[in-house]
Structures are given as structure tokens and as C-alpha cells.
Design a protein around this ligand. Structure first.
Ligand code: AHE
Ligand code: ZN
Length: 369
């Protein structure tokens, strides 16, 4: 079949819109019509050429939602008409990682996913006979996309698909990091570095866990009003201080925070986020994705004296078994999605969405097919 897709031909090139070829679902695969997709910084990161796994030409996009159109052989858990969210972190119940009960990082198709291919080692996308690679196993910047069955979460048909794309990355990543990775508790003090969509979701998650102080940190003060409306108790701009931001936070909190979250992907900020944690028990969670070759550093003494450095991918959320419940929390009014959506646009305006995100003007631009 044909599908309208945004093609990333190479790093730093604007996306081009073409009718490309899409092969139907093979065994254990499903064809999904994407209804909306939104732009996450990780798409920007990969298009910038800083992602060691970036493969071009490809169809980017990993935060979306849609409707199952067709299923391949052996697919039993979804059927045409089901509303789904594509999962860049699939959940394969037969994967030893998932069976361990210790992680959400199913590895059964991770290798081919990182190579821009379906689990059988081939791509379903092509243009004029040339292979176009998949991206993060999802490629939601195509109106139709093929996904492994283990990479779709079936969600309530009541969830408005015009907004549900945000449930594909930002919200589970941020709220999940607070609940599953950090396990923030009532009264805890939290610092959130980077007030993009994931940082906003961390704030929302911290509020849901009953955190006491929630300190937002960003160099763009235009983000502060939204952060405060979601529950940040104070927001600070590192540019307003002479001393390093970790010292400012340690002073503000009389010794440091219980938990910090790095939601940018800046290795210097990761260090500051660790070092603003309270001696003896503070924990810092790395969520942001850093560029190829970048490394983090700190004095080991920071860890010897009780601080903990961790990371979180997709918020530790098991996509198929837990994400549908988060969508239900949204439908019950417990999770708020609307504030993330700063822009709505059509598919062919995706390059504008990249510009808005890079300029710090958008939290999320939702693209409607
Ligand atoms: N390809 C990059 C790593 C990218 C990365 O860390 N991705 C995050 C999701 S970012 C969502 O916006 C993730 O969940 N990673 C887990 C995984 O298995 O990739 C690189 O550096 O190679
Ligand atoms: Zn993302």
C-alpha cells in the first residue's frame, strides 16, 4: 500500500513529504493508522545526527496513537478497530528481562529496532525501490505504520485520539520515572532539571506522589508559569545566580533534595542534578538522552557519601500491561494531558514543529493526519 510519510533523508535536513510504499504486516505484526503524533526532543536529537543509532533515510516519530487497521498471522491480542499506542519500549512476556520482573526493558527485538528494521531484519518502508528505515520501532511520522504486536498497547476506546499521542512518551516517561524509578514519597523534596514535556510530567508525577517542595530549573523562564500551574512550588533560572546551581539548591533546601531528575540530556546538568542531592540518601535520575560519545563525571566521593545515580527509560513503565491504566487515570481526571499541548498542526507542518521545539516555544506540537 501507499502511505503519506515524512522522510528524514539525512542529519539536519528538513523532512520531506512523500507517498511511500508500505508492505503489509507479516506474522506477529500489525498495521496501524496513526491518528495523531507529537514531536519529542528525541526525534530532534536523532535528526541532529547526535544519535549513534540514527539511520537514514528513515521515518522518525515515536510519540503517537492510532487505530489497528489489519493484523498479520498469529496476532491474537489486538484486532482491527482497536485503539493503540505504539511502544518504542515493547513488552514481550516471553523475554527474560520482562520475566525477571526487574525492568521494563524488553530486549527481544531491541537489536533490529536499533538498526531501523522490523524483527525479521527487513524494513516495511520503501520509496522508489530504496529502503527507508524504521525509527525506534514506531515511525509515527507516517500515516500508516507497521509495528510488532508486542509494540502496541491497546487503550480505552474512550481516550480522545486527538490528544492521546502524549501518552506515547512524555507522560509515562516523566510520571513513571517518579513513581517506578525514584519511588518518590509524600513530603519528599524534588528538583526537576529541564522544563520540557518530560520535566512537566515529572512535576505532575511528583504532585501525584505527594511531594513537598518541587523545584523547577530551566534557563528559559517562559516555562515557569506552566511548571507552577502543574505543581512546581518554585522555579529558578541558573542564569540568575553567580554560584553553580547545585550550590544554590543545596542552600535553598538546607542540605539538598531527596530526588532530582535530569530531563535535558546535558551531561554537565546531570552532574549538577546528582550533586544537588542530599548527602546520605539523595537520588538522581537521568532521563535525558545525551549525544554520541558524551560521558558523565562526578567525584566518586559523591556516591561514597550516599547519593545514588540512576537512569530511567520509558519511566520504567511496562507498555502493554501498565500504560493502558495510565490512560484510564487520564480519563478519570487524575492525569492531566491538555497543558502539554501548546500547538496543533497538520502533517506537512512537522518541520515547523521541529523549529518550535528547538526554539523552546512548544511543549508539545500535536500533528493531526
Ligand atoms: N539511541 C540513543 C539512545 C536513545 C535513548 O536513550 N532512548 C530512550 C528513549 S528517549 C524517548 O524520548 C530509551 O528509552 N532508551 C532505551 C533503549 O533501549 O533505547 C543512543 O544513544 O544510542
Ligand atoms: Zn520521546
Amino acid at each position: 500500500m501507499k502511505t503519506r510519510a515524512a522522510i528524514a533523508w539525512g542529519p539536519n535536513q528538513p523532512l520531506e513529504f512523500e507517498e511511500i510504499d508500505l508492505d503489509g504486516p507479516k506474522d506477529n505484526e500489525v498495521l496501524v493508522r496513526i491518528v495523531t503524533t507529537s514531536l519529542c526532543h528525541t526525534d530532534v536529537f536523532t535528526l541532529s545526527g547526535r544519535d549513534p543509532e540514527g539511520k537514514f533515510p528513515c521515518v522518525l516519530g515515536h510519540e503517537g496513537c492510532g487505530i489497528v487497521e489489519e493484523v498479520g498471522r498469529n496476532v491474537t491480542s489486538v484486532k482491527p478497530g482497536d485503539h493503540v499506542i505504539p511502544l518504542y519500549t515493547p513488552e514481550d512476556p516471553n523475554c527474560p528481562y520482562i520475566k525477571s520482573g526487574k525492568t521494563n526493558l524488553s530486549q527481544s527485538i531491541r537489536k533490529t529496532q536499533g538498526e531501523g528494521l522490523m524483527p525479521d531484519g527487513t524494513s516495511r518502508f520503501s520509496f522508489k525501490g530504496k529502503t527507508i528505515f524504521h525509527y525506534m520501532g514506531t515511525s509515527t511520522f507516517s500515516e500508516y505504520t507497521v509495528l510488532p504486536e508486542i509494540a502496541v498497547a491497546k487503550i480505552s476506546p474512550e481516550a480522545p485520539l486527538a490528544k492521546a499521542s502524549i501518552m506515547g512518551c512524555a507522560i509515562p516517561t516523566g510520571i513513571g520515572a517518579v513513581r517506578n524509578t525514584a519511588k518518590v514519597r509524600s513530603g519528599d523534596t524534588v528538583a526537576v532539571f529541564g522544563l520540557g514535556a518530560v520535566g512537566m510530567a515529572v512535576i505532575q508525577g511528583a504532585v501525584l506522589q505527594g511531594a513537598g517542595r518541587i523545584i523547577g530549573i530551566d534557563v528559559n523562564p517562559n516555562k515557569f508559569a506552566l511548571a507552577k500551574s502543574l505543581g512546581a512550588t518554585e522555579c529558578i533560572n541558573p542564569a540568575d545566580f553567580k554560584e553553580p546551581i547545585e550550590h544554590v539548591i543545596i542552600e535553598m533546601t538546607n542540605g539538598g533534595v531527596d530526588f532530582s531528575f535530569e530531563c535535558v540530556g546535558n551531561v554537565k546538568l546531570m552532574r549538577a542534578a546528582l550533586e544537588c542531592c542530599h548527602k546520605g540518601w539523595g537520588e538522581s535520575v537521568v532521563i535525558g538522552v545525551a549525544g554520541a560519545g558524551e560521558e558523565i563525571a562526578t567525584r566518586p566521593f559523591q556516591l561514597v557519601t550516599g547519593r545514588v545515580w540512576r537512569g530511567s527509560a520509558f519511566g520504567g513503565v511496562l507498555g502493554r500491561s501498565e500504560l493502558p491504566g495510565m490512560v484510564d487515570e487520564w480519563l478519570r481526571g487524575e492525569i492531566n494531558v491538555d497543558p502539554y499541548i501548546t500547538h496543533n498542526m497538520d502533517h506537512e507542518s512537522l518541520n515547523l514543529a521541529f523549529d518550535l521545539l528547538k526554539r523552546g516555544e512548544a511543549i508539545r506540537s500535536v500533528v493531526h493526519y
